[in-house]
Design a protein around this ligand. Structure first.
Ligand SMILES: [Zn+2]
Length: 326
């Protein structure tokens, strides 16, 4: 029986475009990983993405704390260069998604789409002009902070002045202007609400789960989920074990988060944001990108209709990007 669901899930992954809204694969590339080489040490490579029918993957630029003192901008540019170097070698197969029209290529499965995002605004170094330069270099989304406070806002670890700064608000408005995806994952709750007040466009959480099921500060409370949904945003369910369940995280518990988010937000507002290559700890059965059909099989076994599962697998992210991108 279980094998039947998995076979049906794999078949679905061939027919429906799948989107993963958060992978830290560029952090692997800068350490020598290769996208084009199967069996690279990370959790993501071209072969594994294709095996799961992934048509679009978000690759984030994460400036590790140890590089922030030496210059966040320098590190972010090195990460970006590292990606573009890899891209040159694989451009027959990859497409950096920058405009609406790129989504058609991706949906048709002609190329695998990559959407570049910043994880934390440290690299902006207080300048809107640097945000615009990142845009020109292909970046189409940004989370304002990682866990710690920066010049834009407070992260989940911040207790003092955790809100959005004037610069953070200016960044939100500038991102609205350019059609960039504003990501509230990792933000302190107070900054979260302030971003929602400032932004004129839908706001997303690319990788976060339901606080109600797993009370971790990285997860979102019901009223936050409702507010994101009411503004047309999408939340990507993440597979980081600590954000799934304090004890015995499993594929079933990830499915619980998906179901709960759909219950609170509606099935139009939920997607995937694995955090592959951003976490060493993995859930049994969701060890890498190629394992995604296990989650789909779980939903199908619970009686979900294919059409609903298709929205979660990628339809919702694609709809949002079609609305947002220039
Ligand atoms: Zn993250």
């Amino acid at each position: 029986m279980k094998d039947d669901w998995l076979a049906q899930a794999r078949e679905m992954h061939r027919r429906y475009p799948v989107v993963d809204a958060h992978c830290d694969t560029i952090s692997q590339l800068i350490r020598g990983g290769r996208l084009g080489e199967p069996g690279s040490p990370g959790q993501v490579d071209l072969r594994r993405l294709q095996a799961a029918g992934i048509r679009l993957v978000f690759f984030s630029l994460f400036v590790e704390p140890e590089f922030q003192a030496a210059g966040s901008l320098r590190r972010a540019l090195c990460l970006l260069d590292c990606f573009w170097q890899e891209y040159l070698a694989l451009r027959e197969q990859l497409l950096v998604v920058r405009e609406k029209k790129d989504l058609a290529v991706v949906k048709a499965g002609r190329k695998l789409g990559v959407l570049l995002t910043l994880e934390g605004g440290e690299a902006l170094e207080g300048e809107l002009g640097i945000l615009r330069q990142f845009y020109r270099l292909g970046v189409r989304g940004a989370g304002l902070t990682w866990n710690r406070r920066n010049a834009l806002a407070g992260g989940i670890e911040e207790s003092r002045a955790p809100g959005l700064s004037d610069f953070g608000a200016a960044v939100v408005r500038e991102m609205n202007r350019w059609g960039m995806l504003i990501d509230v994952s990792h933000l302190h709750e107070r900054a979260f609400w302030e971003v929602l007040e400032v932004s004129r466009a839908p706001v997303v959480a690319s990788h976060a789960n339901a606080y109600r099921l797993c009370p971790h500060p990285r997860n979102l409370k019901d009223e936050q989920l409702r507010a994101l949904a009411a503004r047309g945003g999408v939340v990507g369910v993440t597979f980081v074990p600590a954000f799934v369940a304090a004890e015995a995280p499993s594929v079933e518990r990830v499915a619980d988060h998906l179901e709960y988010l759909c219950q609170i937000m509606g099935v139009e507002a939920v997607g995937l944001g694995s955090d592959f290559d951003g976490t060493r700890e993995v859930i049994p059965g969701l060890e890498d990108a190629a394992a995604l059909p296990h989650l789909t099989a779980c939903l199908l076994a619970r009686g979900w209709r294919e059409e609903e599962v298709g929205k979660i697998l990628g339809g919702n992210w694609l709809r949002l990007l079609e609305h947002l991108l220039p």
